[in-house]
Design a protein. Structure first.
Length: 534
């Protein structure tokens, strides 16, 4: 929908409801201003402007998703203020302006709505691959980057109204290329290991920031786990920043970048999860695993539990069932790990287990009052900002909890694997990662582009048995599931074998790979030949 048609449609509907021209015009201007403000707020938190698709996604489960405003009381206050302003405009207009005569009102409304319909007819319909004449996923990614850099308030309104569709679109089928289907060189353990992956909310490596030279910037979990017989780690490239954790969930479970499926891919829990036929949990279940998800928020939030069932999880344990605190920052990682251990050890079930435990303590909002953080973090706050210092304080807690838990998990007579990965950077890191010169190159195995700076987190895999370790400069999160299967010494299906093949040829990159044609062929092979998504 074009901006012109949207404005005319909004004006016509308000005029039909009020029959007052000035009131309708004032309310229209107010609503447009509200959209611009909400877009700016969303981008400041998540790095992407607000869209009509976001509004649709939110109101699929409004009662559950309202918890977002409880967690962020400032957003709740802004929302209440904006609603009160809209009500005030309507009340004032109804009292101070006389209504139009019925005949004149009908003619005016008809003319405006006819103009809106005509404007829609002159606009090219929205396409998920609008920037690419060939539906190329790489070019789709470039076009979606525009959503992160709207040009002024007009740009924000255009982004809002033009991105209304939540439907994901499959990229076109391409001629088949030969990809590896078996990897006989990979060792396969006679006893399949228990696997526990920790989805570390908002976790990245603060030491990649050149200015972050304080001891508080570093932590033990950012280094190879000393008690592990084998360890693999490095920078991780994610596909969202400052929020949108469900996009990293999707990429890890499915092995796909959401941007491959156009704008509707941003709503993966509803647009893609039901259509997924291959995923990490499904693969592990086929290998005889019990699959368990530990989720520290409400299962209804953004359709999480339903999506996890589609991803292939046999068990899903949400915050309510686990009796976790409602305030996210009070849910220490150790509490989540305690619940994960309890869920993993089910008597009478001899199957190996795969547990995905999501932490939440490092999630925002971050405090800007230095009196709210420990004194030894305040010097860091004076240089790096109090918000980042608060983040570092929480991350130090997370590191201690993880190291203790990893030692406990790996200290077992059974073969076991444990790992963690950061889903996205927190917004408090953005001011410190704006150009390549901001980086500490010793912590990275590659030189990121400016567009990649906000998308770098970290991952780590550890095992209590010697296993194959893959050495690559960085890893796109789309490859992480296949890398985990290889690290655990498990048999690979065709999807995972192809993923490792492409990962090696692209040095761990996906849509950033220099060989765009290879990536297009790989995506077509998995989607259309292997039927991983339908």
């Amino acid at each position: 929908m074009s901006l012109l048609s949207a404005v005319l449609l909004m004006l016509g509907l308000l005029l039909a409801l009020t029959r007052r021209v000035r009131t309708a015009v004032g309310a229209t201007v107010y609503l447009l201003s509200t959209i611009v403000l909400a877009s700016w707020i969303k981008q400041s938190k998540e790095g992407m402007a607000l869209t009509l698709g976001d509004v649709h996604f939110f109101f699929l489960h409004p009662a559950q998703n309202f918890g977002l405003f409880v967690t962020y009381p400032v957003l709740l206050a802004i929302g209440v203020t904006l609603i009160a302003g809209a009500v005030a405009i309507l009340i004032a207009g109804l009292r101070l302006e006389r209504p139009m005569r019925m005949g004149a009102g009908v003619r005016a409304i008809t003319a405006i709505l006819a103009g809106a319909i005509a404007a829609i007819g002159f606009v090219v319909p929205q396409r998920s691959h609008a920037a690419s004449p060939h539906g190329d996923a790489y070019m789709t990614w470039l076009s979606l980057m525009d959503m992160q850099r709207p040009n002024g308030w007009i740009g924000r309104l255009n982004v809002f109204f033009e991105n209304w569709d939540t439907n994901a679109v499959l990229p076109p089928k391409r001629p088949q290329r030969n990809f590896k289907k078996t990897t006989p060189s990979l060792p396969q353990t006679p006893e399949r290991p228990d696997i526990l992956m920790v989805f570390e909310e908002s976790t990245f490596d603060p030491t990649v920031i050149a200015r972050c030279r304080f001891p508080e910037c570093d932590s033990g979990m950012l280094h190879p786990f000393p008690a592990a017989a084998s360890s693999q780690e490095g920078p991780l490239l994610t596909h969202t920043t400052g929020g949108g954790s469900w996009l990293t969930e999707f990429a890890f479970f499915s092995g796909f970048d959401w941007r491959v499926f156009g704008r509707g891919g941003r709503f993966a829990p509803i647009s893609l999860a039901p259509r997924l036929r291959h995923s990490l949990p499904r693969t592990l279940r086929a290998l005889g695993y019990r699959t368990v998800a530990i989720y520290p928020s409400e299962g209804e939030f953004l359709g999480a539990e339903t999506a996890y069932r589609h991803y292939g999880f046999e068990e899903f344990h949400s915050a309510r069932e686990l009796q976790l605190p409602e305030e996210w920052f009070k849910v220490r990682d150790s509490l989540v790990f305690e619940k994960a251990l309890a869920a993993a050890s089910r008597s009478g079930d001899a199957r190996p287990v795969f547990v995905l435990a999501m932490t939440i303590r490092n999630h925002g909002p971050y405090r800007n009052d230095e009196n709210a953080i420990p004194e030894n973090f305040r010097d860091t706050g004076h240089v790096m900002g109090v918000g980042l210092a608060d983040y570092l304080y929480r991350m130090q807690d997370s590191s201690r909890d993880y190291l203790e838990f990893a030692g406990q998990w790996l200290d077992s007579p059974r073969p076991r694997v444990i790992g963690w990965f950061g889903d996205h950077q927190p917004e408090v890191a953005w001011d410190h990662l704006t150009k390549t010169a901001d980086l500490n190159p010793s912590r990275l195995g590659f030189t990121p582009t400016t567009d990649q700076l906000r998308y770098i987190t970290r991952y780590q895999l550890s095992s209590n048995r010697p296993t194959t370790v893959t050495q690559i400069p960085t890893m796109d999160v789309s490859y992480l599931a296949a890398a985990l299967l290889a690290f655990a010494g498990l048999p690979l299906d065709d999807d995972s074998a192809a993923a490792l093949d492409v990962m090696a040829r692209c040095q761990g990159l996906m849509l950033d790979c220099a060989n765009h044609e290879l990536i297009e062929d790989y995506l077509s092979y998995r989607i259309h030949d292997l039927k991983s998504v339908q």
